[in-house]
Ligand binder design. Structure first.
Ligand SMILES: Nc1ncnc2c1ncn2[C@@H]1O[C@H](COP(=O)(O)OP(=O)(O)OP(=O)(O)O)[C@@H](O)[C@H]1O
Ligand SMILES: [Mg+2]
Length: 334
């Protein structure tokens, strides 16, 4: 049984016209299709990496997984229970089992709370343990993320470096003993020099504490380092899924190929000719029904803006790409 399953999950936002647009162009409400018919599953103890350009729906997907945002359609199942149908006490329990680590360690910590207050806030709010046990658990958790309680217990966020703040964010999530951790670009606001240390810490903790993880990043080299499987998204659609090895060594979808060939290789002798992608990534406002990459894809034909293939989660180990012209593209390439 998968720990988490998303079945045909979409999230749309209404984009209401401003006053000027209404007066000048009689503007209508348009729809941002931030996430479209996503199928995915995460197994117990698995680390699923999600990659894709800015605005492709990664954070929206994470918020739906954590029960912070309802889907517009489809279902999010956690241990076979539909999150949208949970009672308030089940939802509280879900929010303990599924913890988020946020991108911005500067904004996600309450500046008026001490480190010990921040990390004990969750266990106190849900009355997980008595006061004395909460203090013991928080002290142990702080030590586990490399912030010994003797030194950090009474500190305020402004007295911490970016890396230390992110360690506090990790401690606040893990002290809840989650089964699934959703880490939404946890390194992107940090200095490059300290990213490796935080990444190693997360990997080590996931092994020690046996939690599953959804790890979101723009950076494929980070995902190659931490994830077991990879999901690639483009403008709200899932375009490729598979083991990290398969997706990185043998990308199938034209978008994934372009993304991987754009990763720098530290060897000047390696020559590559990345597939050409034309145009800029746009917003998924009233998009056509087919593949959203079609307008930038060097292999697209007319049919691509009409046909959209959904990836199938029932075979979580399979390597799949959401492109109906794969065979033609491969035969053109050989
Ligand atoms: N609350 C909202 N209201 C309207 N539009 C939204 C809302 N949240 C997200 N969007 C839109 O949905 C799309 C996906 O946003 P999302 O934040 O999920 O992208 P992302 O992949 O996390 O991007 P980034 O890499 O920049 O964090 C974007 O076009 C964004 O503008
Ligand atoms: Mg985001």
């Amino acid at each position: 049984m998968a720990l988490l399953e998303l079945n045909n999950v979409s999230r749309h936002f209404e984009l209401r016209p401003g006053v000027v647009e209404r007066v000048l162009r009689g503007g209508k409400t348009r729809v941002i299709k931030a996430v479209e018919a996503i199928n995915l599953s995460v197994a117990k103890d698995e680390i699923l990496g999600i990659a894709g350009e800015s605005g492709c729906g990664k954070s929206t997907t994470c918020s739906m997984v954590a029960g912070l945002l309802p889907p517009s359609s489809g279902e999010v199942l956690y241990r076979d229970r539909n999150v949208g149908e949970m009672t308030s006490s089940e939802l509280n329990d879900h929010r303990r089992r599924v913890q988020m680590i946020f991108q911005d360690p500067y904004e996600s910590l309450n500046p008026r709370f001490r480190v010990s207050d921040i990390v004990s806030e969750g266990p106190r709010a849900l009355r997980l343990w008595g006061e004395r046990e909460i203090e013991e658990q928080v002290a142990a958790m702080l030590a586990g993320v490399g912030l010994p309680a003797g030194k950090y217990w009474d500190r305020y966020p402004h007295e911490l470096s970016g890396g230390e703040r992110q360690r506090v964010g990790i401690a606040s999530a893990l002290v809840m003993k989650p089964e699934l951790v959703v880490a939404d670009e946890p390194l992107s606001m940090l200095d490059v020099s300290i990213r490796a240390g935080i990444l190693d810490l997360l990997k080590e903790l996931s092994r020690q504490r046996n939690f599953a993880c959804i790890y979101v990043s723009h950076d494929l080299s980070i995902l190659a380092n931490i994830a077991d499987r990879l999901l690639i998204m483009y403008l709200g659609q899932a375009v490729e899924v598979g083991s990290v090895h398969d997706v990185i060594k043998n990308p199938k979808h034209p978008y994934t190929r372009a993304l991987i060939s754009a990763v720098p290789v530290p060897d000047p002798r390696v020559k590559r000719s990345p597939p050409k992608i034309v145009g800029e990534i746009s917003r998924p406002v009233d998009p056509p029904p087919g593949c959203r990459f079609a307008s930038r894809c060097p292999h697209a034909d007319q049919s691509c803006s009409e046909v959209f293939i959904k990836l199938d989660t029932n075979s979580p180990l399979a390597h799949q790409a959401a492109c109906h012209r794969l065979e033609q593209i491969n035969s053109e390439a050989t």
